[in-house]
Design a protein around this ligand. Structure first.
Ligand SMILES: [Fe+2]
Length: 201
């Protein structure tokens, strides 16, 4: 069985940008439910849980054809939420180290990157995510995915995730999704991005 990741912060640790009740419900209800469904489907397929969750994306053909779609949906729900919760945690942090180097190389400076990220996030239609990813040449690429699709499904390596489903912001921001997008940029944990980058180098 795969286990829930721990949050690095208290439920109110991201206030005032994201409220405690939203983090609590998001983590204990939404994220947990994707994990429970994924574990159920994998057990049903006699999977022995020997590999990382990321590996399942490459090995999806080992599962019953009728379950693959649902496995990918719930696997995305787990991978996306784990990256999202890990992407946050520092207030007014600035990029350093490898991510700073890549941002300067691919976007010129952090301010250009922020504008590009905000523009892409505001363009998302319906429920989904905005990711910062690396392409096959490890060039940075900001992309949106729908529903629970993970960038790995498209050959991109996700290193930062912003959950744009209504459950991620509606209690506090209501219909003002763009305010939530701007708020997210104040709570990015850049050390975690550097950790995610290392997984792929
Ligand atoms: Fe979510």
């Amino acid at each position: 069985m795969y286990e829930m990741i721990d949050l690095k912060y208290d439920y109110d640790g991201l206030e005032p940008y994201i409220d405690a009740e939203t983090i609590n419900i998001h983590y204990n209800a939404h994220y947990k439910s994707y994990l429970d469904k994924l574990n159920y489907l994998l057990k049903k397929n006699n999977y022995n849980f020997s590999d990382s969750k990321e590996k399942l994306v490459d090995n999806i053909s080992m599962f019953d054809m009728n379950d693959r779609g649902e496995i990918l949906y719930n696997l995305g729900g787990v991978l996306n939420h784990e990256l999202y919760f890990n992407s946050m945690g520092e207030i007014n942090n600035q990029p350093t180290g490898e991510i700073l180097r890549l941002i300067n190389r691919d976007y010129g400076n952090y301010s250009n990157f922020q504008k590009e990220f905000i523009k892409t996030a505001n363009n998302l239609k319906g429920s989904g995510y905005t990711f910062l990813t690396m392409d096959k040449n490890n060039k940075l690429f900001i992309m949106n995915t729908s529903n629970q699709d993970n960038p790995l499904y498209y050959g991109f390596k996700p290193i930062l995730a912003l959950d744009l489903w209504e459950h991620a912001y509606y209690l506090k921001y209501r219909n003002k999704r763009s305010d939530y997008i701007n708020a997210f940029l104040n709570i990015i944990d850049f050390a975690n991005i550097n950790k995610e980058i290392k997984k792929y180098l």
